[in-house]
Design a protein around this ligand. Structure first.
Ligand code: AMP
Length: 313
């Protein structure tokens, strides 16, 4: 790795693979009065992850990036084995974004024996992703609960890209009084609007070309909401019709829901916050994305900027 790729002050993160060493380092930091930031990831880091890491590094004294492809959150026939893994590249990107520690435990360290205790968040886990990926959120909440336990008191940064996951983690931390402040970070996108995702590598060139239609569909839905539309079905139909222009999409859902309950009310009201969520298969990849809007409130330049930022790592 060439020195010129690093800013002069960048220090490569320490790679920690055991729970004991992570706990010892973070306990020592907190004993000195230093605050801890945690960015949980499954690796294959990209600029979206870098945005989370940079924010954590700006706000916290010690920033930990966990890199763990969690078998518990993959269903049968999903891409657990195929999921891209490259720890050296991850450590390099994490370091450049400001991480101090990369926690990359082997599976046996996280699950030394068959697990008998899992965390289940009720209600919001049965819809949308929960309906298409049964058990997925139990795997997510269980591994995040373990990461929170191993990290201890901290601020934890999650992407709005995975809106339902963010809602589940927030709810778990609040319901179980975990000493963790859960912070959501806006989605980082490619210049053409496609949300950055580790799974974008599965797209063929032709699929990559049409993938930004997902963002266009969300923008069309958001515009309708901003124009005052209150009917969730009409909002959904507009998004579906944008995606229907491209037969490569196998659409799983395109919905307008309450951002907290993740359920569509019979009708929204002026001033209501609306979350638009899309999931679709595109070739080998299953892509998800979302956007927010307020009924009857024109989208502000700030919203548009936050939603289309493509920050360099
Ligand atoms: P993953 O490694 O895909 O499990 O993602 C780890 C964290 O990064 C999660 O909190 C994601 O929501 C977040 N993340 C992934 N992609 C993006 C993106 N394009 N913009 C912002 N955050 C993201």
């Amino acid at each position: 790795m060439s020195p010129e790729r690093h800013a002069p002050t960048t220090v490569l993160p320490v790679i920690v693979t055991t729970a004991a060493e992570l706990g010892a380092r973070l306990d020592a930091a907190r004993a000195e009065g230093r605050t801890v930031g945690l960015v949980p990831t499954m690796g294959a880091l990209h600029r979206g992850h870098a945005g989370l890491i940079r924010l954590a590094a700006e706000r916290c004294d010690v920033t930990v990036v966990s890199v763990f492809v969690n078998p518990l959150q993959f269903g049968a026939g999903e891409d657990f084995e195929a999921y891209p893994r490259d720890l050296d590249a991850d450590a390099d990107l994490a370091g450049r974004a400001g991480a101090d520690v990369v926690f990359a435990p082997p599976v046996e360290e996280m699950y030394p024996r068959p697990i008998q205790t899992t965390v289940h968040v009720d209600g919001i886990t049965t819809v949308l992703e929960g309906a298409f990926r049964p058990g997925h959120f139990d795997g997510v909440s269980t591994v995040v609960a373990k990461l929170f336990a191993l990290t201890g008191r901290c601020r934890a940064y999650f992407g709005e890209k995975d809106w339902q996951q963010l809602a589940v983690v927030r709810r778990m931390a609040a319901d179980l009084s975990m000493p963790v402040a859960v912070i959501g970070v806006p989605t980082v996108r490619e210049p053409d609007g496609l949300a950055l995702s580790s799974r974008n590598v599965y797209l063929s060139p032709a699929e990559r070309e049409v993938a930004p239609l997902i963002h266009l569909a969300l923008q069309a839905g958001a515009q309708l909401v901003a124009d005052g539309e209150t009917d969730p079905v009409s909002i959904s139909s507009v998004m579906v019709s944008v995606l229907a222009t491209e037969p490569a999409f196998d659409l799983h859902y395109a919905v307008a829901v309450d951002p907290h309950s993740l359920v569509s009310p019979p009708a929204f009201h002026p001033g209501d916050e609306v979350r638009l969520l899309v999931a679709t298969r595109l070739g080998r990849a299953r892509l998800i994305d979302n956007a927010g809007a307020i009924v009857g409130l024109p989208q502000t330049p700030y919203d548009r900027k936050a939603d289309t930022t493509c920050a360099g790592a």
